[in-house]
Design a protein around this ligand. Structure first.
Ligand code: ADP
Ligand code: MG
Length: 630
C-alpha cells in the first residue's frame, strides 16, 4: 500500500450460519458466569505465544528483539474498553478469516447439536459447562476489533464485528498494529463496564488463568507501567507438594476447556532412562467431542516447557477423554512433528503414561469407589474400546470394566463380582447386547437364565457388540451371548422345579415343532425346543456358529454384511399356547400354519424387528382373532 492511495474499503463477510445462532444462544442464555470470556481470550493468546516459540526453533529470526512471550491486558475506563494483547505468532488476513469467521471445528459442531437437542433451560446450562472460544467475547462486548500482525510479516490486518452475523477485514497501517502478535479490543457493553476495573480483572485472571505458561500483566491506562498478575511458570514443573487442589482445578479448566472439577488428577515425573513429566486429568463430565469418529486424543506434548504439538497421540484412543500434557526432557526441540510420531522415545512415553493412568484408575477403585463409578458412567463406553484394541492391557481393562446385570438392581458389577457368584456347573459368563437397557432386561432369551438364578451382563452400548467377539475370557470363563447357539442351561438346575411333560405331550410338541419347521421352511435355520424360555412362547437365537444377533444387526445397518444369517426359532415346550397348538386335530392345519408364521413374527417383534411380511402378518392375525370370537 502506498500512502498516495486511499486505503481500500473494509471487505464485508458473513459468518457461517451456525455462528449467529451460537452467539445468540450464548448472549441470551441464563449464563451467569460471563467472566469466562477472559479465560478464553487469554488461553488463545497463550496458545499464540507457544506457537511462536515452536516456530522460532527452526526460524529464530521470528523472535526479533522481543524473545519473551507476554500477555498484556489494557484497561480504558473512559472509553469502556478492554484490550487483550499478545506478542505471539499473530494471524495473516487469510488466517483471520479462517479462524475467526468459521466455526468449523468438530467439537463446536457437536456442541451446537447438543445445545439444540437439549431444549430450553438445559441448553443454557450446557453452555455454562463448556468453553466456546473466541466468540465468548460477544457476551461482554458489542464490538470486537482484532488487530494482528503475523510474526515475520510486514502487513497487518484488522478484523471487526458486532457479532450479529457479519464481520469486516481490512489492512491496517503497521504503526497502528502490534509489532508482532494480536490485539483484541473489546468495546464493552454497558453492563460489562466493570471489566475495566483493575482489581476485578486481577482476581479473575488469578482465578482462571494463573497457570497459563505465559506471564500476564495489566496496564491500567495508556502509558502506565505493566503490573504482573501471573508469572507464567509452568504448573507441572513445580513439585506436587507446592500445588493446591485449586491450582490443579484451574489448570485443568484452562487445558481441557471444561468448567467442572477433574474426576482424577495424575501428576508424576518419570526418571531414569527417560525423563518426562506428565500432568493428566480425567474430566468430571463428558466432553462434547468424545464420540467424534476420528477419535483424536487431546494430550499436549512439550519439550523442555516448549509446546510442540497436541497431535502426538500420546494416549491410546480409548483414553481420548484424558486431557493434559507431557513435557519431555529428552526429545530434541528441533524435531519435526512428523518425526516425533516415529520416535522410540515417544513410544516409551506413551507406554509409561498409559500404564500410569490405568493404574491410577485402579487405585481410584480402591480408594473412592463412588468417584470411580462416575468415571465409568461418563467414559465406560470409550474405555471398553480398549478391550479389543489393547490386547496387552486387556486384563487390566477387564478389571476396570463395570456392568449393569440382571442381578445388579440398577447398580454396577465388576467381572470379579460376577465370577464370585457363579452357579454350580455354570461355565460361562453370559451377556446380552442391544441398544437400550429396558429392552434388554425384557428379552425373552433371559427367562431361562432368570429361572436358574444365573446372572447375565446387560450390554447396551454399540461398542459392546464388538469387544465381546474378541475371544475374551475372565478367570477361565468365556463370554457367551444368551442369543447365540444352544445355551447349555440344562445342566444348571432351575430355582423352582418346572412342570414335567408326560410322554404324550412331549411327542405332540415334537410333532408340532416339526410342522412349524416345515411351514417356515427357508425363513429360519432351525426350529427347536428351548431351555431358555420359561414365560414367553418363542424367541429367536443365533445358530451355534452364527454371529451374535445384535452385532449382525449393527453390521447389516452399516451395510457391512451381504445378507444376514438365518436365525433359529426356539419354542417353549411348556407354554400353554404351544401345548394347545400341539393338540390341534389334523383338520386344523390352516390354523397351525397361521400360528407358525405368527410365532416367528412375534419372536421378531420381541427382538425389536418388524414382521417379515406386514400384509401377510395382518391377514393371519385377523383370521386368528376372528376365530377367537363368538
Ligand atoms: P480454539 O482456541 O479452541 O482453537 P477459539 O475460538 O478460541 O478456538 O479460537 C479460534 C482460532 O482463532 C484459534 O485456533 C487461533 O487459530 C485463532 N486465534 C484466536 N486468538 C488468537 C490470537 N490471540 N493469536 C493468534 N491466533 C488466534
Ligand atoms: Mg481458544
Amino acid at each position: 500500500m502506498t500512502t498516495a492511495d486511499a486505503p481500500p474499503a473494509p471487505e464485508s463477510h458473513t459468518f457461517e450460519a451456525d455462528v449467529a445462532k451460537l452467539l445468540h444462544l450464548m448472549v441470551h442464555s441464563v449464563y451467569s458466569d460471563k467472566d469466562v470470556f477472559l479465560r478464553e481470550l487469554i488461553s488463545n493468546a497463550a496458545d499464540a505465544c507457544e506457537k511462536l516459540r515452536y516456530e522460532a526453533i527452526a526460524n529464530p529470526a521470528l523472535l526479533g528483539d522481543d524473545p519473551k512471550p507476554r500477555i498484556t491486558l489494557l484497561t480504558d475506563t473512559e472509553n469502556r474498553r478492554l484490550t487483550i494483547q499478545d506478542n505471539g505468532i499473530g494471524m495473516s488476513r487469510d488466517e483471520m478469516i479462517e479462524a475467526l469467521g468459521t466455526i468449523a471445528r468438530s467439537g463446536t459442531k457437536a456442541f451446537m447439536e447438543r445445545i439444540q437437542a437439549a431444549q430450553g433451560g438445559e441448553g443454557a446450562q450446557l453452555i455454562g459447562q463448556f468453553g466456546v472460544g473466541f466468540y465468548s467475547a460477544f457476551m461482554v462486548a458489542d464490538r470486537v476489533d482484532v488487530v494482528s500482525r503475523r510474526a515475520g510479516s510486514d502487513e497487518a490486518t484488522i478484523w471487526s464485528s458486532d457479532g450479529k452475523g457479519s464481520y469486516t477485514v481490512a489492512p491496517i497501517a503497521l504503526d497502528e498494529a502490534p509489532a508482532r502478535g494480536t490485539r483484541v479490543v473489546l468495546h464493552l457493553l454497558e453492563d460489562a463496564a466493570s471489566y475495566t476495573e483493575r482489581y476485578r480483572l486481577e482476581r479473575i485472571v488469578k482465578e482462571q488463568s494463573g497457570h497459563v505458561p505465559v506471564p500476564i500483566a495489566i496496564i491500567e491506562k495508556p502509558g502506565a507501567e505493566p503490573q504482573e498478575v501471573a508469572d507464567g511458570a509452568a504448573l507441572w514443573a513445580k513439585p506436587r507438594s507446592e500445588i493446591t487442589p485449586e491450582d490443579y482445578t484451574d489448570f485443568y479448566r484452562s487445558v481441557a476447556g471444561q468448567f467442572d472439577e477433574p474426576a482424577l488428577t495424575v501428576h508424576f515425573r518419570a526418571e531414569g532412562r527417560h525423563e518426562y513429566t506428565a500432568l493428566a486429568f480425567v474430566p468430571g463430565s463428558t466432553p462434547f467431542d468424545l464420540f467424534d469418529p476420528d477419535r483424536h486424543g487431546r494430550m499436549k506434548l512439550y519439550v523442555k516447557r516448549v509446546f510442540i504439538t497436541d497431535e502426538a497421540e500420546i494416549l491410546p484412543r480409548y483414553l481420548r477423554f484424558v486431557r493434559g500434557l507431557v513435557d519431555s526432557a529428552d526429545l530434541p526441540l528441533n524435531v519435526s512433528r512428523e518425526m516425533i510420531q516415529e520416535s522410540p522415545l515417544l513410544a516409551a512415553i506413551k507406554k509409561g503414561v498409559t500404564s500410569r493412568i490405568l493404574s491410577e484408575l485402579e487405585k481410584l477403585v480402591q480408594n473412592d469407589a463412588e468417584a470411580y463409578t462416575k468415571v465409568w458412567e461418563a467414559f465406560g463406553p470409550v474405555l471398553k474400546e480398549g478391550l479389543y484394541e489393547d490386547f496387552e492391557r486387556r486384563s487390566t481393562l477387564l478389571g476396570l470394566a463395570r456392568f449393569k446385570t440382571t442381578a445388579s438392581g440398577g447398580g454396577w458389577r465388576s467381572l470379579k463380582d460376577y465370577v464370585g457368584s457363579l452357579k454350580e456347573s455354570q461355565t460361562a459368563i453370559y451377556y446380552v447386547t442391544g441398544t437400550d437397557l429396558a429392552r434388554l432386561e425384557a428379552s425373552p432369551q433371559l427367562e431361562g437364565f432368570r429361572a436358574r438364578g444365573i446372572e447375565v451382563l446387560l450390554l447396551p452400548d454399540a461398542v459392546d457388540s464388538f469387544w465381546v467377539t474378541a475371544g475374551i475370557d475372565y478367570e477361565g470363563k468365556p463370554l457367551k451371548s444368551v442369543t447365540q447357539g444352544a445355551a447349555d442351561l440344562a445342566l444348571i438346575p432351575l430355582t423352582e422345579a418346572k412342570q414335567e411333560l408326560d410322554t404324550n405331550a412331549t411327542e405332540a410338541v415334537a410333532r408340532f415343532i416339526q410342522s412349524v419347521k416345515e411351514t417356515l421352511g427357508a425363513s429360519v435355520a432351525d426350529v427347536r425346543a428351548s431351555e431358555r424360555l420359561t414365560e414367553s412362547a418363542v424367541c429367536l437365537v443365533a445358530s451355534e456358529t452364527g454371529m451374535d444377533r445384535q452385532l449382525e444387526r449393527l453390521l447389516a445397518r452399516a451395510g457391512q454384511l451381504g445378507s444376514a444369517a438365518k436365525p433359529v426359532l426356539e419354542i417353549n415346550p411348556r407354554h400353554d399356547l404351544v401345548l394347545a397348538l400341539a393338540n390341534l386335530g389334523d383338520a386344523e392345519q390352516p390354523l397351525r400354519e397361521d400360528a407358525a408364521h405368527l410365532l416367528l413374527d412375534e419372536a421378531r417383534i420381541l427382538d425389536g424387528e418388524l414382521p417379515g411380511d406386514a400384509k401377510a402378518f395382518s391377514q393371519r392375525l385377523t383370521r386368528v382373532m376372528r376365530r377367537g370370537m363368538p
